[in-house]
Design a protein around this ligand. Structure first.
Ligand SMILES: NC(=O)c1ccc[n+]([C@@H]2O[C@H](COP(=O)([O-])OP(=O)(O)OC[C@H]3O[C@@H](n4cnc5c(N)ncnc54)[C@H](O)[C@@H]3O)[C@@H](O)[C@H]2O)c1
Length: 450
C-alpha cells in the first residue's frame, strides 16, 4: 500500500495537508506549495484563515508574502478549517502547539485533535508526519490512535516524527538548510519523507531508530541551550556582586578554540521552545522516577531572572534616593527583532516592577494594541493591565526615571543610543549588556553582569 503511495508522490499526485498555520506551519506550507505540491493549509482559527485569505500576513511572515500570494493565486495552496477527503494519497503534517503539560492538561491535546480530524477522512496509504515538539511517548500515542481506526502503522499507513528546529531571526540557519532528525515507521515512509523534505531542506534527514530517540533529541538540544543561558545568567549575578564585567569574561572564555560555546546574558529565555521543551524532558523523566536536576535548576534560574532584574533596579533607585519610581520596559517580544510575545521576560518584568510600587509602561515596536488580550493570555496574566507607550520620543519618555532594555531590537537601537548619549533619562538598565558605556553621558548605565 505504502509502496504505491511512493509512486504517486514521486509524480506529486498527492495532497499535503498542513495542520497549524503558525510560525512553523505557514512557511512550510508555502515552501511545499512553491515546489508544485498541492497543499492545503488547515487551521482551526477562523480569523487566521480569513486574514490569510486576504493576503494579510504578520510582520514576521512578510519574508514569505510574495511566495504565499503566488501559491495562493495559482491554486497550489488553499486554506481551510477542516481536512477533506481525496482519492490521491494524503500527507498530513502536524505543526500545532504543544504547551507545557499541567495537571489535567496534556501537552499533546492539540496534536491528538489534529490527528483525529485527519483520520476522519483518511484512507490506507496515507501518512502523518508530526513536526510539533513532543513529550517522550507522544508519537507512540499517535500510533495507537491511528491503529484504533483500523489502520496498521508501517504497513498500510505511514507515521513519521520530524521535529522542526527553526530558530527565528537566525540569518544563517533557516528552513532550507537546517538538517533534521526523523523517525519513520517503515522504509517506504522514509522514502516518501525524503522526497517531500528534498523540497524543504534538500532532504538533509538523519534517520533515528525509534520515536523516543527523536523526541528526546528535540527536547535535549533545547535543554542544552536553556542550561547554558541559565549558566551565563547565574554568572552575571556573581559578576554583579564582584563588579566584574560578565561580557569580558564571556569573550575571554570564547578565545578557547575548543570545548566552549559563548552564550550571552538576558532577562531569561522565553518563547514557545527554549523554556518549554526542557520542561518536557523533566516531566517525561518524572514518569520514569527520575529527577532531571540540571534542567530543573536551569528552569528555576530562568524563571527567577525577571525578579533578580527588578530587585536590582529597585536597589539603584534606593541608592540614588530617586523618588519618581517610574520605568519603561523596552522589548516585550521574547527575542530580538521578532514580534512573538509568548512567555516573554518583558511582561514578567512589568509584573514584578509593579510589586515594588513603580509606575510601569511597556514599549515594543512590534506590539500591536489590538492583540493586547492575546499577549496577556500568552503570558499567563490575562487579568493584568499593561500601559503601552507608542514610541521612545521625548514626549513619551519625559516623565520616566528609568529605561529597562530587555531586547535591543534593530528598530530601537539608534534611539536608545541617543537617549543614553544625550542623557534623556536618569537611569538605563540593560539586560542584554550591549550598550557601550559613555563617560560623557549623565545617565546612570547599569547592565546585567556589571
Ligand atoms: N515557533 C518556533 O520557533 C518553533 C520552533 C521549533 C518547533 N516549534 C514547535 O512547533 C509547534 C508549532 O509551534 P508554532 O510556534 O508554529 O505555533 P503557533 O501557535 O504559531 O501556531 C500553531 C497554529 O496551530 C493552530 N491549531 C491549533 N490546534 C489545531 C488543530 N487541531 N488543527 C489545526 N490547527 C490547529 C493554531 O490556531 C495556530 O494558528 C510547537 O510544538 C512548537 O513547540 C516551534
Amino acid at each position: 500500500m505504502l509502496e504505491e503511495t511512493i509512486k504517486e508522490i514521486n509524480e506529486k499526485k498527492c495532497t499535503i495537508e498542513i495542520f497549524g498555520l503558525g510560525y512553523v506551519g505557514l512557511p512550510l506550507a508555502v515552501r511545499l506549495a512553491c515546489s508544485s505540491f498541492f497543499v492545503i493549509g488547515i487551521d482551526i482559527n477562523q480569523e487566521k484563515i480569513a486574514n490569510l485569505s486576504q493576503n494579510n500576513l504578520n510582520e514576521s511572515e512578510w519574508e514569505i508574502k510574495d511566495d504565499f500570494e503566488t501559491a495562493y493565486k495559482n491554486g497550489k495552496l488553499s486554506l481551510s478549517t477542516t481536512p477533506q477527503k481525496y482519492d490521491v494519497p494524503k500527507i498530513g503534517i502536524i505543526s500545532v502547539p504543544t504547551p507545557v503539560p499541567k495537571p489535567n492538561f496534556k501537552s499533546n491535546v492539540h496534536v491528538l485533535s489534529a490527528v483525529e480530524s485527519f483520520l476522519k477522512v483518511a484512507k490506507k496509504g496515507d501518512i502523518i508526519i508530526l513536526e510539533s515538539s513532543l513529550e517522550i511517548g507522544a508519537t507512540e500515542e499517535v500510533q495507537k490512535l491511528i491503529e484504533s481506526k483500523g489502520f496498521i502503522v508501517g504497513k498500510d499507513f505511514g507515521l513519521a516524527y520530524c521535529p522542526e528546529r527553526i530558530d527565528p531571526q537566525n540569518k544563517k540557519w533557516n528552513l532550507e538548510n537546517i538538517p533534521r532528525v526523523i523517525y519513520c515507521s517503515d522504509s517506504f515512509t522514509f522514502e516518501i519523507c525524503k522526497f517531500i523534505y528534498h523540497h524543504v531542506n534538500s532532504g538533509r534527514l538523519i534517520k533515528v531508530s525509534t520515536p523516543k530517540v527523536a523526541e528526546i533529541i528535540k527536547s535535549f538540544e533545547n535543554s542544552f541551550r536553556l542550561v547554558n543561558i541559565s549558566l551565563v545568567n547565574e554568572l552575571a549575578i556573581l559578576c554583579d556582586k564582584l563588579g566584574v564585567s560578565v561580557r569580558e569574561v564571556i569573550e575571554g572564555a570564547a578565545t578557547k578554540p575548543f570545548g566552549y560555546a559563548p552564550f550571552y546574558t538576558g532577562a531569561g529565555a522565553g518563547g514557545h521552545c527554549i523554556p518549554k521543551d526542557p520542561a518536557f524532558l523533566v516531566e517525561s523523566s518524572k514518569k520514569f522516577g527520575i529527577e532531571f536536576q540540571t534542567i530543573e535548576n536551569a528552569l528555576k534560574i530562568n524563571s527567577l531572572m525577571p525578579q533578580y532584574i527588578t530587585s536590582s533596579i529597585n536597589k539603584i533607585f534606593e541608592t540614588q534616593k530617586m523618588n519618581n519610581k517610574s520605568i519603561i520596559i523596552c522589548g516585550l517580544s521574547y527575542k530580538t527583532d521578532l514580534e512573538d510575545m509568548r512567555d516573554s521576560p518583558g511582561f514578567k518584568i512589568i509584573h514584578e516592577m509593579k510589586k515594588f510600587g513603580f509606575k510601569v509602561v511597556g514599549y515594543d515596536p512590534f506590539y500591536k494594541k489590538e492583540l493586547s488580550h492575546k499577549y496577556l493570555l500568552e503570558n499567563n496574566i490575562p487579568d493584568s493591565e499593561i500601559e503601552i507607550i507608542p514610541n521612545l520620543e521625548d514626549q513619551s519618555i519625559n516623565n520616566f526615571s528609568c529605561l529597562c532594555i530587555v531586547q535591543h531590537h534593530t528598530k530601537t537601537k539608534s534611539r536608545i543610543k541617543e537617549i543614553y548619549t544625550q542623557s534623556l533619562i536618569p537611569i538605563i538598565y540593560d539586560c542584554q549588556n550591549k550598550l557601550q558605556s559613555n563617560s560623557q553621558s549623565n545617565t546612570i548605565l547599569k547592565t546585567l553582569g556589571s
